[in-house]
Design a protein around this ligand. Structure first.
Ligand SMILES: *Cc1c(COP(=O)(O)O)cnc(C)c1O
Length: 454
């Protein structure tokens, strides 16, 4: 498989080159040159790891089979169940538990793999990287747990100061490994993301210091996330399904879109947002325009610009030229409008509902009352959307363990969720974190002082 940029300025990359590039050097996102289709019958009885191997192989031809198997084995051995992403059924609702990795959220599924992939690739190429990323909470801790202690890698993670949950902050900042740097930026998640984008667009700086990304823009993350759509479908025993996906940066749901395009019988993807509803407005009204970021009970979805959206635009229009025009227009006007046949096409792939704070709390409460099962606020947005859709045969992606958001759970049902030991122990650990201004220069200076130099 070869890879190219959504904006046409980069082409013919191998998987490893695409992985190392992160954001394409022309400012676009990396996509495969074609979408492979799958033989469902050949995949349906495989274990998670076997399935991961078969799906990865369709997109990776520059890692020998034995090595790829080894990477998968190592990456998913840190999960607390062999099923990796168990599908459970509560009160007729399918819940896909994506939180069995070391940081109790779905991003581990991709980032445990990415950490091992980095180590493997860097060793092979006798080089090093400095990973730079922005997080609204879960990406940061998952990236840190993926990369901590790995050789020839330093990791710099920006998060909005005091705007991530206490558990998320503890998970990120209590890691002792010397290659991990937490920067708390005085600003919002979008500010953090803008700083990272600006630094990556400074190609001279990026190349001089071997900067790399692990954000949801990295194609390897999307790839890892495609697997559980297949896994869940096969375990559901259904012929055709809907997936309800709590969405922020459009990464997770884009993986579902790829699965659909590869031939998985997904009727439509249900896109769930919280009050930060740019994607909800896009699907329902063709209005992709930014507003102010509002702080909600589901902070990992508190975004206004969805960084993976450009990938979907590429498939929607099938033209690099058009994507480039649209992204230029968006950076000028902070707004794109769609209608007619294009919007119709969007609605063949997606439907969307938004859960405000009250909907979120009520859904946690009613689901608990019906089933005794506690869902976290992100998952609740997806379960709410599934209810709103009125469809049966919906698989709801559960993106985080409720213990990551104890205050929201307490608000909803009056009790705290049971806390896994690994989370309870974080409070006793020492913190490592640096507070910085919302400034590109300050972040650049910090990186220059704390680099991995190989
Ligand atoms: C990151 C995250 C999301 C949103 O995922 P995207 O890929 O950004 O759409 C939803 N829920 C949780 C718990 C997350 O950490």
């Amino acid at each position: 498989m070869r890879y190219k940029s959504t904006r046409g300025g980069v082409g013919d990359l191998s998987f490893i080159d695409a992985f190392l590039m992160g954001l394409a050097t022309d400012g676009g996102l990396i996509v495969p040159c074609h979408i492979p289709s799958v033989d469902l019958d050949a995949l349906k009885d495989l274990s998670y790891k076997e399935l991961a191997f078969e799906i990865f192989k369709l997109f990776v031809d520059d890692i020998p089979d034995g090595d790829l198997k080894g990477l998968i084995e190592k990456s998913y051995s840190t999960f607390d169940t062999d099923q990796i992403t168990p599908l459970v059924r509560r009160d007729g609702v399918f819940v896909l538990e994506l939180f069995h990795g070391p940081t109790f959220a779905f991003k581990d599924v991709a980032l445990q793999f990415l950490g091992n992939l980095f180590e493997y690739v860097l060793k092979k190429r006798h080089t090093y990287v400095n990973v730079l990323g922005a997080t609204s909470g879960d990406t940061g801790s998952a990236a840190i747990y993926g990369l901590k202690g790995k050789e020839n890698v330093n990791i710099f993670i920006l998060h909005p100061h005091n705007k991530v949950s206490p558990v998320q902050e503890l998970q990120m900042t209590t890691v002792e490994d010397g290659n991990v740097f937490n920067l708390a930026v005085e600003g919002t998640f979008d500010d953090c993301q803008a700083i990272v984008k600006t630094i990556f667009n400074d190609l001279e700086f990026k190349e001089r210091y071997h900067l790399a990304a692990v954000n949801s823009i990295n194609w390897a993350r999307i790839l890892a996330q495609i697997v559980y759509y297949f896994y869940a479908y096969f375990r559901s025993g259904l012929d055709e399904v809907y997936f309800s996906v709590p969405t922020g940066n459009f990464g997770d749901i884009f993986a579902g879109y790829m699965a659909k395009r590869m031939g998985l019988p997904i009727k439509r993807l249900i896109l769930a947002t919280n009050s930060n509803d740019i994607l909800y407005r896009f699907v329902n009204f063709g209005d992709y325009s930014t507003g102010e970021v509002v702080k909600t009970l589901s902070p990992s979805m508190d975004i206004q610009v969805a960084s993976n959206f450009e990938r979907y635009l590429y498939y929607l229009f099938g033209s690099e030229e058009r994507v480039k025009q649209l992204m230029d227009e968006f950076s000028r006007k902070k707004k794109l409008s769609f209608d007619g046949d294009i919007l119709k096409k969007v609605r063949e792939d997606f439907e969307s509902y938004k859960a405000d704070e009250e909907n979120t709390l009520n859904t946690i409460k009613s689901f608990y009352e019906k089933t005794g099962y506690i869902i976290d606020p992100h998952t609740a947005a997806g379960v709410f959307a599934a209810e709103q859709s009125g469809h049966e045969d919906v698989i709801c992606l559960s993106t985080a363990h409720p213990a990551k958001f104890p205050e929201a759970i307490k608000m909803a049902i009056g009790i705290y969720p049971p806390q896994p030991e690994a989370i309870a122990n974080l409070k006793n650990k020492k913190k490592r974190m640096w507070v910085v201004d919302n400034s590109v220069e300050e972040v650049k200076n910090f990186i220059e002082k704390n680099l991995e130099k190989g």
